[in-house]
Design a protein around this ligand. Structure first.
Ligand SMILES: [Fe+2]
Ligand SMILES: [Fe+2]
Length: 328
């Protein structure tokens, strides 16, 4: 899929940067994502990103899910199954990254990084609360607390091994290590490579792009679209932070940090593909009415391949901006 843009390059920063929640209905996701590519050309500082985070803060409580709810009632069981799977991956992922970021705030090598990372922690909690509200008002649940709901929607290892590895094993191990060794700079570099470049950059932003572009083509640009587009704008800041952090560390000591980034990326590459594997290999998760309406002419296999290519090529561009050139 070629990028679908609406706003010209020279206006994108101004228009996306200040857009309020209601205005998110008319935004194209590729315009939001273009901020990452523009940022790579001239990386913002930690405090630039901190100030943006403060200005762009939003509240899930300001969203209106009534149209999402009205549509949900009439969806086919197949469409619901497909959407619930994709949203569980995001909901669980947001909750996990929210819960695992605090050790990085603690291990931050300077106050500017610490300030930005603290805003990011608040962002990830906001994204989790966004899904909590959506689940209660649209999908439906009897879970009494956020803990119970997270337990209910959590991705099980048998559903997707690579996903479980990222969120329930690898990231928690790295976070635990940073918490007990806050002076270990290699540990922060390894953590940011997995968290910001791979999980947020390659997995989240790719999934968000295809989910939101599909939603817009389907015609549902209501509460969910507004909130998740705002979340994508937040994620684009997080990814730019990750690129900036790794570039700064690499410049400081290429021989020390270069190999850490490269080996971490090597280990992640097969996991990126595996994470995009549907439960039990059932490709209908990529198909159905949604495919016919939003991606006419495509097939589930082609859509999945396109997403993997998109994830890898964006990862490659970001690594290039860090100063790492390797074949993906
Ligand atoms: Fe997030
Ligand atoms: Fe994030």
């Amino acid at each position: 899929m070629i990028g679908v843009r609406h706003i010209s390059d020279d206006l994108v920063e101004d228009q996306i940067g200040v857009a309020q929640l209601r205005a998110m209905s008319s935004l194209y996701i590729d315009d939001v994502l273009s901020i990452v590519d523009r940022g790579l050309e001239n990386l913002p500082s930690y405090l630039d990103l901190y100030r943006k985070a403060v200005k762009q803060a939003w509240s899930p409580d300001d969203l209106d899910f009534s149209r999402d709810k009205a549509e949900w009632e009439f969806l086919s069981p197949e469409t619901k199954k497909r959407r619930v799977w994709s949203m569980r991956m995001f909901f669980d992922g947001e909750e996990r990254v929210a819960g695992l970021l605090a050790p990085f705030v603690w291990a931050a090598p300077n106050k500017e990084v610490e300030a930005f990372a603290a805003t990011q922690l608040a962002d990830e909690v906001r994204h989790t609360i966004f899904f909590d509200r959506y689940w209660r008002e649209v999908v439906g649940t009897s879970a009494a607390s956020l803990d119970e709901l997270v337990e209910e929607i959590g991705i099980r290892p048998e559903e997707n091994k690579a996903y479980s590895y990222f969120f329930y094993q690898w990231l928690p191990e790295l976070a635990q290590h940073m918490a007990s060794h806050p002076e270990d700079r290699e540990a922060t570099v390894r953590f940011v490579t997995v968290y910001h470049l791979v999980v947020e950059g390659a997995l989240f932003l790719t999934g968000m792009r295809y989910q939101l572009e599909g939603a817009r083509r389907w015609g549902r640009t209501w509460g969910y679209y507004q909130g998740f587009t705002a979340a994508t704008r937040d994620e684009s800041r997080h990814v730019l932070f990750g690129v900036r952090y790794l570039r700064d560390m690499l410049r400081q000591d290429p021989a020390r940090f270069g190999p850490v980034i490269q080996t971490t990326i090597q280990k992640s590459l097969p996991l990126i593909e595996e994470t995009m594997r549907p439960p039990r290999g059932d490709m209908s998760y990529y198909g159905g009415d949604h495919l016919d309406v939003a991606w006419p002419g495509s097939t589930p296999e082609r859509l999945r391949e396109e997403m993997i290519d998109y994830a890898k090529s964006s990862l490659g561009r970001r690594l290039g901006a860090v100063g790492i050139h390797m074949a993906l």
